[in-house]
Design a protein around this ligand. Structure first.
Ligand SMILES: Nc1ncnc2c1ncn2[C@@H]1O[C@H](COP(=O)(O)OP(=O)(O)OP(=O)(O)O)[C@@H](O)[C@H]1O
Ligand SMILES: [Mg+2]
Length: 154
């Protein structure tokens, strides 16, 4: 793990590498342990890079036992665990307005964690303190992913 701190921008970037879907799940589980109600996570990365796999690990760590599937057509699935998890997938929306129309503002509350797959498509409406997680394929190893977690720090 590498931690870079850019003092000027008060941003911290942690870099991880996973070698299987299971390892990405486990990273999600670890991430969940530091989450608190009110946090929003934007998952950014190409098709099949592991956004849902990471979400499954986060959900398990939040104590959610129900199976997690990508809400590609429904836009959002909500689950009850240690706190409520709203899991969005905005791959199919044209712009942020579509999300505002289904009541986006009401999901971003102090008592829920929100995860948005393809969150970079709605950057204009993400809360300022959103945790951005970027997933990238490794050119050399088919089952490896480079995962960057970027968050604001004090
Ligand atoms: N290191 C890895 N981490 C996560 N998934 C991996 C890894 N290596 C291979 N895979 C495979 O890549 C796929 C990831 O699927 P997943 O649905 O999690 O991706 P996604 O980013 O949510 O895709 P989509 O953009 O369609 O929502 C699975 O088939 C999984 O088995
Ligand atoms: Mg997905």
């Amino acid at each position: 793990m590498k931690i870079k701190k850019d003092e000027g921008m008060s941003k911290e970037i942690q870099e991880f590498k996973t070698h299987s879907e299971k390892e990405t799940f486990e990273l999600g589980y670890r991430i969940s342990q530091e989450l608190k109600a009110g946090d929003t996570i934007s998952l950014e990365g190409d098709l099949g890079t592991g956004k849902t796999a990471l979400t499954k690990g986060i959900a398990a760590g939040l104590g959610i036992s129900k199976p997690i599937t990508s809400p590609t057509f429904t836009l959002v699935n909500s689950h009850a665990g240690r706190c409520v998890l709203h899991h969005f997938d905005v791959y199919r929306i044209d712009d942020s307005d579509e999300l505002l129309e289904i009541g986006w503002e009401e999901y971003i509350t102090d008592d829920a964690v929100c995860i948005v797959e393809w969150g970079d498509r709605i950057l204009d409406i993400l809360p300022e303190n959103t945790i951005h997680i970027r997933l990238e394929r490794d050119d050399k190893e088919a089952d490896s992913r480079n995962i960057f977690i970027e968050r604001e720090v004090l």
